[in-house]
Design a protein around this ligand. Sequence first.
Ligand SMILES: [Mn+2]
Length: 337
Amino acid sequence: MILRCRRGTPEEAVTDIERLLQENGVRTVRSPEARRPILAVLDKLPGGLAEELAASPHIEERAAPAKGAFRQVSRAFQDEPTVVRIGKLRIGPGHPCAVIAGPCSVEGRARVLENAHRVKEAGAHMLRGGAFKPRTSPYAFQGFGVEGLRQLKDAGEAVGLPVISEIMDAAHVPAFVDQGIDCLQIGARNMQNFTLLKAVARAGRPVLLKRGLAATVEEWLLAAEYLMEGGCTQVVLCERGIRTFETATRNTLDLTILPLLRQWTHLPVVVDPAHASGIATLIPTLCRASVAAGADGLAVEVHLEPAIARSDGPQALLPGELKQVVAEARILSSLFG
Ligand SMILES: [Mn+2]
């Protein structure tokens, strides 16, 4: 349950409500919302307490979350949508569509630097690159690890872009922080790795949380709830396609949930049509559809020579194609935003 106080409720009245709940063994969390005090009630209310709260002149509304266990991710927990801050970049409503681009894998210092220059020239806002790669086959390229993080960060700094990379292991959090990785990505396969979610939440960095390939929206938002419960308020959701009966494409891009997420959560949403489709020629069209459906950002992969990419070459855009995607996203987000 979420308790929404009237605007202008005095602070003492709010702390009285918090104390009353605490004395009854009920935990609460205060929303960062500035316009009015909002409390998420984490535990079940004991008998009689609900009536007592209902009688309070300070509580305007007792909102039920869209799904039972949602609390801090709930739309009702914040009147204002969350705008995630990554350096100078802003991801969320009211800001231009954020484009995250770069190679699937960091493939060496010179290559990632060249890629970064082309991504920057194309107008993208954040450089991506995998250093720890979750590959289906153990024989496929696994990434350069910490050295890859260092090369990615150096490339980002050289062109003035923040960087994002996937973290697969809770033990790697200090390495990501030490290397200055600006945004930590939780990949689709780790969406419900709760130990990882808890560790990443404490890293004090923005997090991009990909939807699991077989995860419902409820499971996905509860994974985001883990991050928020752990103290991370800067969470970006990323739809990257789900596994269906269809085999013509790598996954099936689920844009249906974009307007639904707007109703259920205040968190911003980015769409990754590259991993959803797996086919580079489909990506520009899917980018347009994503922005039209309300995406706050796009995540795509770029390679200068896709034929020799060490991973995901078939879904890599060329720099010129990225430039077109960025230009169209800017126009469409101003039209629909
Ligand atoms: Mn990839």
